[in-house]
Design a protein around this ligand. Structure first.
Ligand SMILES: CC(C)(COP(=O)(O)OP(=O)(O)OC[C@H]1O[C@@H](n2cnc3c(N)ncnc32)[C@H](O)[C@@H]1OP(=O)(O)O)[C@@H](O)C(=O)NCCC(=O)NCCS
Length: 210
């Protein structure tokens, strides 16, 4: 999706930035992990296929992707952006007949960043972005039944189990966006700032002072 091609979302501990070509090598390294392949139900891709995927995610109108960066590392202009990558978060508009339905995916690829509240923070930020910029009215998350951490995280975010597919060993959790969800989310991510990505890149060190 082109809508976020120059968008940076600033959170407490993270920055969400558009998925660019420069992120692909690290992303490709992550996805060689059998654990991540299993947890995210992904097939391993060649490096070239990963570049093609990045391009299609940028071009296609049904997918919005951000790379999650460690904000504290990124404000040091001496550190390559690739070295600040922590994971990714995506919205898929899965049903052409229902443009308000979005599937959410989040991956904290770096194990040392898990269990520190980052998954919850980026999911809330992405939901807020999806509601305000894409008009999402219902979120879904499809999660492997043995991924209890992810199931627990989405339940903490008020998602409810809608169905279980025993063939794919997968649960679908859902959240309808009503006024109370919208209000709570706005309060929870009131600190979030939207910035111009390229402009902020050219003055990274100023981010902490703003
Ligand atoms: C699932 C994932 C996104 C959660 O993100 P995270 O940053 O590790 O989670 P957070 O620290 O924000 O915790 C969110 C909730 O998850 C649950 N959780 C986190 N770590 C947990 C653990 N070790 N055991 C059990 N539950 C855990 C808790 O419910 C927690 O809420 P709480 O802190 O209020 O108790 C992340 O662990 C991850 O990406 N794992 C690998 C890839 C993956 O599974 N992606 C999801 C595919 S559907």
């Amino acid at each position: 999706m082109k809508i976020n091609e120059n968008t940076l979302l600033e959170g407490h501990r993270v920055l969400l930035v558009p998925y660019n070509e420069e992120h692909v090598p690290r992303y490709h390294e992550w996805m060689k992990s059998p654990e991540l392949q299993q947890l995210t139900a992904s097939e391993p891709l060649s490096l070239q296929q990963e570049y093609d995927m990045q391009k299609s995610w940028r071009e296609d109108n049904d997918k919005c992707t951000f790379i999650i960066l460690d904000k504290q590392r990124w404000v040091d202009p001496g550190v390559d952006e690739e070295q600040c990558m922590v994971g990714d978060v995506n919205i898929f508009l899965t049903d052409p007949s229902d443009p308000f339905l979005a599937e959410l995916e989040v991956m904290i690829a770096e194990p040392s960043y898990r269990g520190r509240g980052i998954g919850k923070e980026v999911t809330r930020m992405m939901m807020s972005y999806g509601i305000t910029k894409l008009g999402v009215k219902k979120f879904q998350a499809k999660i492997g039944l043995d991924n209890q951490v992810s199931i627990s995280m989405f339940k903490k975010l008020q998602f409810q189990e809608a169905s279980v597919c025993s063939v794919f060993k997968e649960a679908t959790l859902e959240l309808m966006v009503d006024d109370s969800v919208r209000t709570k989310l706005q309060e929870d991510v009131a600190y979030m700032k939207e910035r111009d990505y390229k402009q902020t890149c050219s003055s990274r060190h100023e981010l902490v002072q703003q």
